[in-house]
Ligand binder design. Structure first.
Ligand code: HEM
Length: 155
């Protein structure tokens, strides 16, 4: 077994943990928080639970990015980024860039504080915004997964 095959397996494990976690947060955790907490407490309650997932998401984002770029480098797949037929390579990279910016830059620098102060002023609307953002990211991620599996297996 060569090391790119191992990189591919690690890539998929990272994707499963990461996007699976996003799916759980979107379809199970957020609706549960909505049922269990008062509107004014929802965003704070949600963030306190999600904090431990944020670290898992950071780790898996790194693993997926490193293994993805490693495969692209060793197989010399850079030209794919110039071809529309490989839209799923763009989709994977776009999902990765969005999450990387959110988790490593926006969240620690200002997003966390922005959500907290907005939740105090408009709790209902802020929670709905959190839900919509999660649905948008999950949908985009699943489109990337679908395209990547079909595309890399000859579809
Ligand atoms: C830095 C970003 C990324 C790069 C450079 C990258 C690169 C790659 C490469 C080169 C492959 C192998 C393609 C082939 O065999 O022809 C691959 C496969 C795959 N990637 Fe990514 N990827 C990235 C991020 C992601 C993300 C964020 C996801 C999930 C949303 C993802 C999901 C997948 C899946 C499901 C496969 C197919 C595995 C298989 O069926 O064997 N990748 N990726």
């Amino acid at each position: 077994m060569d090391d790119v095959t191992i990189a591919r397996a690690l890539h998929v494990i990272g994707v499963v943990l990461w996007i699976g976690g996003v799916a759980f947060v979107t379809t199970v955790l957020l609706p549960a928080v909505k049922r269990m907490a008062e509107p004014k407490d929802r965003v704070r309650f949600f963030e306190s639970i999600e904090r431990s997932f944020a670290w898992q998401a950071r780790g898996t984002t790194l693993l997926v990015g490193l293994s993805g770029f490693y495969m692209t480098h060793v197989w010399d797949l850079w030209e794919r980024f110039t071809m529309i037929a490989f839209w799923w390579m763009h989709a994977m990279t776009a999902v990765w860039v969005i999450f990387t910016v959110m988790l490593f830059v926006a969240e620690p620098l200002f997003l966390h504080r922005w959500f907290e102060s907005r939740a105090k002023a408009k709790p209902d609307r802020t929670f709905r915004l959190v839900q919509r953002l999660h649905w948008a990211l999950l949908t985009l991620s699943l489109i990337a997964v679908l395209g990547a599996v079909l595309g890399s297996h000859g579809a």
